[in-house]
Design a protein around this ligand. Structure first.
Ligand code: NDP
Length: 487
């Protein structure tokens, strides 16, 4: 059976490349190649730039409320097609359908809805200067690039496109080669909603296409989601033309569970923050610090719930709540990390190997894995694994917990669990992380800005704040009288 081959989406339509180069896309839950995608060649890239410039000129001319109306139509279409789009995400990523129908499309639609609401409210200000005055205009940047990771492909495309387009920019988006279809569907939806051709183009390919976007002098900004090491390369390339950058990078986030915490809630958080999306979430709280007094109680409850409630298997089966790793290579990487943990002396409490579910025997599954007796020098505690691997550690005092939590180059997220309101805020204020949760974990509503401290990122996504990262201020001084001049 011949496979469907998708093309790049440029200037409001699918366009054929000249080189005929393409890549295969594999469903990680079955190991089958499910479709193919053409790689953007020079001709497609040139067209993407010229059409994005043209799209920008048309789009930026519209008033905020006109852009808003069009974007709101895209929101309606996304929500109407929730189940169909969720299935695409499942086939590309291997995550459970039960998650994708509830989160992936709706959280993307929420972002477009939120920024569409803000579009008409983007404004400058003015100030009197005696008889003269100045005013500011908050203007779009121009053609922006978005480069996405593979764990939430459609959501990431929406989170980048929403503020960019609301502010009047155009965007060229490159999804991960592992998960290229969601962004193409978003491009189709934007066109159907009335977004002018060229305002949202999708280029396909591997890191080389991302590198080209990062370098291209005609692009004003690059918003990147991915690994720290790739982020550094993108930022280096972007420096060549002094582009604006937003970097949403990796993490190794701590959860601190104090002795007075609601244990059941803290266990829920640890499980969500390590096993949701089979552990492939950037904010995951993979370093779990437990107060000595509740260590045993917490571990008992955690192991019981992990063994009894996690269902690994075919992501399309409604009972499944834990899916496949994105690829064979990633499955192997995660298993290598686990083996290193064992070799370094951590105690394996559960998991630790691949899983072969009856209903998905060829998928790339890794069992939910929990290590005890971990310490800060172990690679499983230091390095981002991006898989279902939780590390448990003990502490006895608040100061020690904060010091251990901050002992990392990452700074994406953190969680604090306690019933003591003063302690909760006191600890959070000392944590070096851009996203902190108190008695909660992982929730990321579009209203709340997200992004990393230290090596976990630059800039923010979501929240009103993000409009600043997609606009630039023009100051206009207005002279109301003749200039005084010594010449
Ligand atoms: P990568 O850094 O490997 O890839 C991210 C994107 O960059 C992909 O589209 C990739 O293309 C592309 N790319 C690769 N090389 C280059 C390059 N030299 N220049 C420009 N672009 C390039 O990350 P993953 O896709 O493996 O995603 C997992 C990572 O993403 C984890 O570290 C995770 O923490 C992070 N992440 C962060 C989030 C946040 O909001 N902070 C959210 C989600 C994930 P291709 O894949 O086709 O090679």
């Amino acid at each position: 059976m011949s496979l469907v081959r998708y093309q790049n989406f440029v200037d409001g339509q699918y366009v054929k490349n000249q080189t005929n180069a393409f890549f295969d896309v594999t469903n990680p839950a079955t190991g089958n190649i499910v479709y193919q995608v053409e790689i953007a060649d020079d001709k497609v890239k040139e067209l993407a730039i010229s059409s994005a410039k043209k799209g920008f000129n048309a789009w930026a001319q519209l008033s905020g409320i006109e852009r808003s109306r069009i974007l709101m139509k895209a929101v309606t279409l996304l929500r109407e097609r929730n189940d169909e789009l969720a299935k695409i995400e499942v086939e590309d990523t291997g995550k459970p359908l039960s998650e994708a129908v509830a989160v992936d499309v709706t959280s993307g639609a929420d972002a477009i809805e939120f920024f569409a609401g803000i579009a008409p409210a983007i404004e400058g200000n003015q100030q009197s200067l005696g008889n003269d005055f100045y005013y500011t205009r908050r203007e779009p940047l121009g053609v922006c690039a978005g480069i996405g990771a593979w764990n939430y492909p459609l959501q990431i495309a929406c989170w980048k496109a929403a503020p960019a387009l609301a502010a009047g920019n155009s965007m060229i988006f490159k999804p991960s080669e592992e998960t290229p279809l969601g962004a193409l569907k978003l491009a189709e939806i934007f066109v159907e909603a009335g977004v002018p051709a060229g305002v949202f183009n999708v280029l396909q390919g591997d890191g080389a296409v991302g590198a080209w976007l990062s370098e291209c002098p005609e692009i004003a900004k690059v918003s990147f989601t991915g690994e720290v090491s790739t982020g550094k390369k993108v930022m280096t390339s972007a420096a060549g033309s002094l582009k604006e950058v937003t970097m949403e990078l990796g993490g190794k986030s701590p959860m601190i569970i104090f002795e007075d915490a609601d244990i059941n809630n803290a266990v829920s958080a640890a499980m969500l923050g390590n096993f949701y999306t089979q552990g492939e979430v950037c904010t995951n709280g993979t370093r779990v610090y437990l107060h000595d007094a509740i260590y045993d109680e917490f571990v008992d409850a955690l192991l019981t719930r992990t063994k009894e409630n996690i269902v690994v298997g075919d992501p399309l089966d409604q009972r499944t709540n834990f899916g496949a790793m994105i690829s064979k290579a990633h499955q192997e990487k995660v298993l290598d990390c686990i083996n290193k943990g064992v070799a370094e002396g951590a105690t394996l409490l559960c998991g630790g190997s691949n899983v072969i579910p009856e209903n998905a025997p060829n998928g790339y599954f890794v069992a939910p894995t929990i290590f005890a007796d971990c310490h800060e020098n172990m690679s499983i505690v230091r390095d981002e694994i991006f898989g279902p691997v939780m590390c448990l550690m003990r502490f006895s005092g608040e100061k020690e917990a904060v010091q251990k939590a901050n002992a990392t180059d990452f700074g994406l997220a953190a969680g604090v669990f306690t019933r003591d309101i003063n302690r909760a805020h006191r600890v959070v204020h000392q944590l070096e992380a851009g996203i902190c949760w108190i008695n909660s974990y992982g929730l990321s509503p579009v209203e709340m800005p997200v992004g990393g401290y230290k090596q976990s990122g630059v800039g923010r996504e979501n929240g009103v704040e993000t409009i600043k990262h997609y606009t630039q201020i023009k100051s206009v001084y207005v002279g109301m009288q003749a200039l005084e001049c010594p010449f």
